[in-house]
Design a protein around this ligand. Sequence first.
Ligand SMILES: [Zn+2]
Length: 264
Amino acid sequence: MSVTEMTRAVRGSNSATQQMMLEAAAATRLLESEGILDYSGHVSTRIPERDAFVIQIGSTSRAEVTPESMLVVDYDGKVLEGDGQPPSELPIHLEILRARPDVQSVLHSHMELAIAFTMMEGVKLLPMRARASRWKSGIPTDPDPSHIKLPEQGRALARTLGPHHAVLMRAHGLCLVAESLRALFVDAVHFKENATAQMQALQAGAKPLPLTEAEIAQIEKMEMRDWHIKKLWNYYVRKALDEEVLPQPWKDALVPSREMLTRE
Ligand SMILES: [Zn+2]
């Protein structure tokens, strides 16, 4: 079945909505394949020029989501398109997307490594690896360890996140935010790498040496974020197509063109 045929099943959706449904399905499968999502966790992404966003049906396996597993939800939490219920922690997405107009996409994950950094006295998750300069402003921890099912919990979480790009949730998980779904996926890969690096330093019994301000300034001088996101998205999508994590008919809509993969 072609992408067009698949997405045609989602009646009433315009092409931007269809593309975001496909991208959200692909990003969810990639995140599950990389051990960032498992039986739970979710991504949301705004639909361009629509007062709504895409999020998956809460009960669908993260390894098997398709564009048809996606819902279109408005910023009051009302399901506009799709047949199913959003995740019970929908207020995470609603309140962060409301509070942060600069953010296009939100990830919520129960990544074990990240949770460990909310459970160690005197230890904070810090930017260790070069790509973690993304989180130079800080990675705050929200104190609420329960599931975020109420609007006031979501608002409190959004306040803890503040202007940052990541927030840990005490004994529960994390949220990442980014300017696009593809950027969010790449950030999630680097977030896990960075937490792994710090944990390895701690497990070696050493005092972790996070990036200094001067080192971060030097890294940012050399940074090509847009290019880097295209390159990694291309790598992970192609790998997932080869390994049948992503269905072949999705290829054309997901793999960047040769022009897009030319560095400026
Ligand atoms: Zn959760």
